[in-house]
Design a protein around this ligand. Structure first.
Ligand SMILES: Cc1cc2nc3c(=O)[nH]c(=O)nc-3n(C[C@H](O)[C@H](O)[C@H](O)COP(=O)(O)OP(=O)(O)OC[C@H]3O[C@@H](n4cnc5c(N)ncnc54)[C@H](O)[C@@H]3O)c2cc1C
Length: 485
């Protein structure tokens, strides 16, 4: 079928104004925020392809119509939220149809009785949270990318927000959804607190990254905005003390809205002029919130635990400055100056956290004399923690930088697996984590591939992502990388 016939067929389904054919209209959809792709783009090279067409449906039925037509013509599709993903999840590898969800952007209902909100998947996260706040609620999911991502993208990537220690990760917040399957059927999971009816269908769809279903609507938990909070900033003698304090806070059953621990490098970048950090070079920020009497009790216990670690409480300025800029990224500043900056977030049990940090830091230091490595810990659990690491190489030829960059990923992900951790805490897996998916899941990856094959036998939905196979003729995104990971 010729391209213009195809465009006309989709125009018949969703209106000609919502079908984008021109190269300049499609060009913005050939990348997301994957740093590797942005490095390559600096030299004018593209990791994948352009999408064949960009389609903007407005309803679940229109999404289903697109999927049925795509299946008939054997054309692959990629759902697109806002392209804030950092793993290449929306990068087309073979002219896929891009299903941009931006017109599905309304809150459908706030259910005050059951503390639920139902929202269309393409709604911008910032607009969503603002609308909830105006009614006295929060969803509790506040990723750094809040204003540049969609609610559907959060669920698709199994994300985590900055207040996850209190409100949970997105898989704890989403309780129901509607989604379109590769055969064009719509599946609905009713929003209930719990069911014991076999493996969770909801969990098959949350985290699918567009490979099994296109999410069109979500029902999330909501919370009344906290009436009070207390901010506590400690200077601590070392990383081990900070990690242990956070572990004790979580194992004591407290529900802080924020716990942020920074290594020495990240602490020193945030605490200039505060004396306490010259003797105690590691910062912990702990914020408790809720009803006044609970806040007072939780804050008192946090302070009591901190005494056991020789912590000194300081002014809250470093936390206030972080909060002021909490939705701003510094990555672009490095990119524009020719640096190779990347971040990798992994999950590890408390008992392995310190050793994981030490071995990665040592190996990165050996890679290149000017390689930067630092970390913070801002998602904490009773049993473990997310280690959020920043890696940076100075400006140099890409032919030298790309193999070093690949090696950093290999060190971070390889060592995480060797320490029994998970290769991804909240950014998802997309394209770039595919090499480690078998190591992550073991036999479980075989199970997931079988599920993919059963649900999507034509391999129509986001092929080549999450460690699933690409389609024949797809481009190799790692060509010219100078290394095999
Ligand atoms: C500066 C910065 C900070 C970030 N901070 C955080 C953070 O704090 N926490 C966090 O979790 N993430 C963070 N991220 C990563 C990213 O913002 C999240 O993964 C986000 O959830 C992606 O949403 P999106 O709408 O932009 O999705 P996209 O990038 O458009 O898509 C991501 C993946 O989800 C799929 N997808 C999108 N919408 C749907 C849908 N409706 N149905 C099925 N599949 C779909 C896509 O096909 C793709 O595979 C950050 C990114 C940046 C650039």
């Amino acid at each position: 079928m010729k391209d213009h016939d195809l465009a006309a067929e989709f125009a018949g389904l969703i209106g000609a104004d919502n079908v984008f054919v021109q190269e300049e209209e499609r060009a913005g959809y050939c990348h997301d925020r994957l740093p590797y792709a942005n490095f390559r783009a600096r030299e004018g090279s593209r990791v994948g392809t352009l999408p064949g067409l960009v389609l903007r449906p407005a309803t679940t039925d229109e999404v289903a119509g697109i999927v049925r037509a795509a299946a008939e013509h054997d054309l692959p599709v990629i759902p697109y939220g806002s392209g804030s993903g950092v793993l290449g999840g929306t990068i087309p590898l073979g002219d896929e149809l891009m299903v941009d969800m931006q017109r599905m952007n309304r809150i459908r209902a706030v259910d005050a009785d059951n503390h639920l909100v139902t929202v269309e998947a393409g709604m911008n996260g910032g607009a969503f949270e603002e609308a909830l706040n105006a009614q006295g609620y929060t969803s509790g999911h506040l990723p750094q990318s809040l204003t540049i991502s969609t609610v559907g993208g959060w669920a698709a990537c199994r994300g985590g927000g900055q207040e996850s220690s209190r409100f949970g990760k997105i898989e704890n917040i989403v309780v129901g959804l509607k989604a379109v399957l590769p055969d064009g059927r719509t599946i609905e999971v009713r929003p209930l607190p719990k069911r014991a009816t076999g493996p969770s269908v909801l969990d098959l769809i949350v985290g699918n990254e567009g490979t099994l279903a296109i999410i069109t609507e979500l029902t999330l938990r909501i919370w009344k905005l906290p009436e009070a909070e207390e901010k506590i900033v400690f200077a601590l003698p070392g990383r081990a003390a900070a990690l242990d304090l956070a572990k004790r806070v979580m194992q004591a059953g407290l529900h802080p809205r924020i716990v942020r621990l920074y290594d020495e490098k990240e602490t020193s970048g945030r605490t200039g002029g505060i004396d306490a950090f010259s003797q105690r070079p590691v910062m912990a920020n702990i914020v408790v919130c809720g009803e006044e009497s609970i806040v007072a009790a939780e804050a008192e216990l946090v302070r009591r635990l901190a005494l056991e670690y020789d912590a000194v409480e300081t002014e809250t300025r470093p936390f206030d400055e972080w909060r002021e800029k909490r939705y701003v990224s510094i990555t672009k500043q490095w990119l524009d100056r020719g640096y190779y900056n990347d971040t990798i977030e992994v999950t590890v049990n408390w008992s392995k956290a310190a050793a994981l940090y030490d071995t990665i830091a040592a190996q990165v230091a050996e890679l290149h004399p000017e390689a930067h490595f630092s970390a913070h810990w801002s998602h904490v659990y009773p049993e473990g923690v997310c280690q959020y690491m920043t890696f940076r190489l100075p400006p140099m030829e890409q032919s030298a930088a790309l193999p070093l960059h690949a090696r950093m990923w290999e060190i971070a992900e390889g060592e995480t697996l060797a320490h029994g951790g998970s290769i991804a805490h909240h950014h998802g897996s997309g394209l770039f984590r595919a090499p480690w998916m078998d190591g992550e899941h073991g036999v479980g990856m075989d199970l997931l591939r079988k599920v993919k094959q059963a649900i999507d036998p034509q391999n129509l939905f986001n092929p080549g992502k999450l460690g699933f196979p690409a389609r024949e003729g797809a481009v190799d995104p790692y060509r010219d990388r100078g290394v095999n990971v």
